[in-house]
Design a protein around this ligand. Structure first.
Ligand SMILES: Cc1cc2nc3c(=O)[nH]c(=O)nc-3n(C[C@H](O)[C@H](O)[C@H](O)COP(=O)(O)OP(=O)(O)OC[C@H]3O[C@@H](n4cnc5c(N)ncnc54)[C@H](O)[C@@H]3O)c2cc1C
Length: 426
């Protein structure tokens, strides 16, 4: 067995973005992923006959320069698919009534008098130090926020976005330069996960699924990760790419101050259910997503921007803690089918960060505690949840640990005989 150069714990976008950079630098990488599949929040569910739909992330933009670099490296760029006109159609569901909208129609729903009364002071106050609700209520008025913008913002991170910071780390919307050689918004044949599949297959990258890491310890100049089933993996460099609650647990032994900072990042659980229906059983007009007001779910996302002639897919992102039977009943109600017509249901449970206005300070505390450690810590709980936020954090952390001086004997002790082989070539 050969000791890899880099261990990556967590096989979602962030972990695989680090693996990609390390592989391109000629390093041997082992990615340890607890789930039976890679991807985390990237979850393109695929059926044996080639149909697919997104249980998690569904849209990328040409302002995602780092993600496009990953797609190109993964060999996925040729499978890019432009989102169809359905991308700009959506629904608002309030009190059992559906309002079918397009971006211009949303403006017609705005209470213009209320907005005009609030806008001047709202613009003057700006975004600094304010939450989404404080900023947008100040800009457009509380009624406009509660009726229209609050529910739409909640649909983006699958949780209430009221307390999210209006700008800076953890915020939802950021201005980024666009790459004009790509369409404005897009997906991939087989789903966004095609990009991660390509990264996992890069030279020098080995992925171990079903490898839940239980501890991460320093050993000499390097790191040892031990899985719950007792396998040991060792490398001079490590990357932690898990949700913050797991990161806090794994950091506790070696970097307790960083662990305490990670533990202060709040999280929410999103429980999602996805179904495919024959076209003739669907009553909803073609649309990208549905946003409910005061409902059991935050949003329902469709595959309609990539239409299939025979079937449509619907994924409901539910609030946590609702019994499965209740969720199925609500889905059936919205889709206007009997519960037993829903067919096979795909289920997913994810942990997402829930940033608030103190997020920048929490991240700064964490990064101070991490400074100097030969360990990258990446994820959607630093710059923000968006794909590009994760990729930029991953690139920056790889650059930091790759550039850090290491002792000449950085290669750590040979593994004990009982250690699992990671099957690296060479
Ligand atoms: C429903 C949904 C829709 C979204 N839509 C979009 C979108 O359209 N556009 C966009 O820009 N962003 C979107 N996002 C956000 C974006 O997809 C995520 O923020 C991003 O993919 C997170 O990647 P990550 O690798 O940081 O974390 P994760 O995807 O959470 O990956 C962490 C990985 O670590 C693994 N892990 C956890 N514990 C351990 C352990 N002990 N040992 C080993 N492995 C472990 C997990 O299994 C997981 O695979 C969406 C998110 C969700 C949930």
């Amino acid at each position: 067995m050969t000791t890899p150069d880099v261990l990556v714990i967590g096989g979602g976008l962030s972990g695989l973005a680090v693996a990609c950079k390390a592989s391109r630098a000629g390093k041997r990488v082992v990615v340890l992923e607890s789930a039976p599949r890679i991807g985390g929040c990237f979850h393109s569910h695929r059926t044996p006959d080639g149909h697919w739909f997104e249980m998690g992330a569904h849209t990328a933009y040409n302002s995602y320069r780092g993600f496009l670099e990953l797609a190109e490296t993964a060999g996925a760029a040729s499978r890019l698919r432009v989102r169809g006109p359905q991308r700009a159609r959506f629904g608002l569901l309030r009190d059992g009534r559906y309002d079918w909208l397009t971006p211009p129609k949303i403006l017609l729903r705005l209470g213009w008098l209320e907005a005009a009364l609030h806008a001047p002071l709202g613009i003057l106050r700006g975004k600094r130090g304010r939450s989404m609700r404080q900023y947008f209520e100040g800009l457009l008025g509380p009624r406009n926020y509660a009726r229209l913008f609050g529910p739409f913002f909640a649909a983006v991170p699958s949780q209430s976005a009221d307390d999210f910071p209006a700008e800076g780390p953890g915020s939802l919307f950021k201005n980024r330069p666009r790459r004009k050689d790509y369409p404005r918004s897009f997906g991939f044949d087989g789903g966004l996960q095609a990009v991660l599949d390509g990264l996992a297959a890069l030279p020098c990258v080995t992925v171990e699924t079903g490898a839940e890491v239980a501890s991460l310890r320093r050993d000499g100049a390097g790191w040892v990760a031990t899985t719950v089933d007792g396998r040991r993996f060792e490398a001079p460099l490590a990357t932690l790419a898990t949700p913050p609650d797991v990161a806090a647990r794994l950091l506790a032994a070696e970097l307790p101050v960083a662990a305490a900072a990670a533990a202060r990042i709040r999280t929410v659980v999103v429980e999602s259910l996805g179904v495919v229906l024959p076209r003739e059983r669907c009553w909803l007009p073609e649309l990208a997503f549905l946003v409910p007001v005061d409902d059991l779910f935050h949003s329902m996302v469709t595959r309609d921007p990539f239409p299939d002639p025979a079937r449509r897919a619907f994924v409901f992102h539910f609030k946590p803690g609702i019994a499965r039977e209740m969720r199925l009943a609500r889905m059936a109600e919205v889709l206007r089918v009997a519960p037993d017509e829903l067919g096979p249901v795909v289920a997913q449970r994810l942990v997402l960060p829930a940033p608030s206005v103190d997020h920048a300070a929490l991240v700064a505390d964490f990064d101070r505690a991490l400074a100097g450690a030969p360990l990258a810590v990446v994820g959607n709980w630093f710059d923000g949840l968006a794909i590009e936020d994760c990729v930029q954090r991953a690139f920056a952390e790889w650059a930091r640990i790759a550039a850090a001086p290491r002792p000449r004997d950085a290669r750590i002790r040979a593994p004990a005989p009982a250690a699992a082989s990671v099957g690296m070539p060479g």
